[in-house]
Design a protein around this ligand. Structure first.
Ligand SMILES: Nc1ncnc2c1ncn2[C@@H]1O[C@H](COP(=O)(O)OP(=O)(O)OP(=O)(O)O)[C@@H](O)[C@H]1O
Length: 406
């Protein structure tokens, strides 16, 4: 019999019910307050709640993710399990503990019965049973307040921003490579959070992989003045570690043949950076036709095949002429179809660290970078200076300000 796509139960109705649930049944534990429905993806839906501390003196915002069908609940259990393996990694969304469930409390039904109001008790129970699928697993994670990189790109476009300063791109790239380290060398914090580092020695990386690298699955957190890497740009964190159960069963945790683990994740990080530079969440596809690009590696010039041609072939255009060529070279290597042409994780990390440690006046100036365009400040037609302040102002505008209506 032919596969009937439409016969497969769709989760949308249940996810709609989750959307309706909290406005209808405010959490009975009064320490929780419903704030917003954040969105739904292929298998889960997320709501934002505010949780008061036990002494009710402080509060934090949390995200609850639930799934609408048994199959998707299995995926959610996998996601919880996978996130536990890397709990504490700063560039991965954090799991949170909550003291009680924000969902329906049978005491309410009991209270209605005690008040001898069986009609109310019956209605409550009927409504609750309709939403009964919500009893499945619940993922509780930190709120990442500044939306996804995909939202960021769309907002930048709405503000008519045509290019991003190098200093931001270097920092975003470093965040994603820290996330790659979290996956390559998974470890769990006892408590607290840690910057991901590559262990000394030649420990082989794991096969732990993010199977769905895309700008919608990279979220923006806050700017932290006490963290050098996040002082002038928001921290980026990976979300969405759900996996299709068959992928686990058949060991298919990758998106391409013979490829999983760190080489896959480096490529994934490259796709997100490519789309961020291009300010287009969908510009790059693994099915694009690759081209050649000359890179420097270990002091030697080499030609590699890369999928980054949308940028490497257009370095004369006003959109990309300002890019540090070293940054373009790293991106081109990450997007090499052949894993052997991608940079080793340690080299990539070291280059990005050097990139963010540059003196502020050295970004995008071209000359020190061997940039033939010489696009630096003072060059006729060159870039405006890329100061920290200018980058911060741009970020503020994109993230917080409403775009002009025209
Ligand atoms: N920690 C978070 N903070 C803020 N918003 C979040 C967070 N996690 C998820 N979201 C929002 O909720 C939406 C759905 O979440 P998520 O991507 O995890 O669902 P999914 O079903 O796994 O999606 P996908 O289709 O990518 O598999 C996301 O698009 C995102 O906008």
């Amino acid at each position: 019999m032919a596969f009937d796509f439409y016969a497969v139960p769709r989760p949308d109705a249940q996810l709609e019910a989750l959307k309706a649930y909290f406005p209808k049944f405010p959490p009975v534990d009064r320490r929780f307050k419903y704030v917003d429905f954040l969105g739904s993806g292929a298998y889960g839906a997320c709501v934002r709640l505010r949780e008061l501390s036990m002494d009710e003196k402080t509060s934090r915002d949390i995200v609850i993710k639930q799934a609408g069908t048994e199959e998707h609940r299995r995926e959610l259990r996998w996601e919880i399990d996978r996130l536990k393996r890397i709990a504490g990694s700063l560039h991965i969304v954090q799991l949170l503990d909550i003291q009680s469930s924000p969902f329906f409390d049978f005491d309410v039904e009991k209270a209605a019965l005690i008040q001898e109001n069986p009609d109310m008790a019956r209605d409550l129970r009927a409504d609750y049973e309709k939403a009964g699928y919500l009893l499945g697993p619940m993922l509780v994670i930190e709120l990442l307040e500044n939306g996804s990189v995909k939202d960021f790109i769309n907002k930048a476009k709405a503000h008519k921003v045509t290019r991003l300063p190098n200093r931001l791109i270097w920092r975003f790239f470093l965040c994603l490579v820290r996330a790659c380290i979290a996956l390559a060398y998974p470890r769990r914090a006892g408590n607290g959070q840690f910057f991901e580092v590559i262990p000394p020695g030649d420990q082989a990386p794991s096969d732990f992989t993010q199977t769905d690298w895309q700008t919608g699955n990279v979220m923006m957190g806050g700017i932290y003045t006490d963290q050098f890497e996040h002082q002038t740009s928001p921290i980026l964190k990976l979300i969405d570690f759900g996996v299709w159960e068959d992928a686990v069963k058949f060991d298919l945790l990758y998106n391409g043949p013979n490829e999983k683990g760190v080489a896959h994740d480096i490529f994934g990080a490259g796709t997100v950076i490519f789309n961020t530079i291009a300010l287009d969440p969908f510009l790059l596809s693994p099915w694009d036709t690759p081209g050649q690009y000359q890179i420097q590696r270990s002091g030697q010039t080499r030609e590699i095949t890369t999928l980054a041609v949308g940028i490497t072939r257009n370095l004369d255009s006003p959109k990309y002429a300002h890019l540090d060529r070293e940054l373009v070279s790293l991106l081109a290597q990450c997007l090499a179809p052949s894993p052997a042409d991608r940079p080793p994780l340690r080299d990539l990390f070291d280059s990005l660290m050097k990139g963010v440690e540059r003196p502020p006046e050295e970004y995008g100036v071209g000359v020190s970078d061997g940039n033939p365009q010489g696009t630096g400040p003072g060059v006729p037609g060159g870039n405006p200076p890329e100061t920290d302040l200018a980058a911060l102002e741009l970020l503020q505008k994109i993230i917080y300000e409403a775009p002009p209506p025209w």
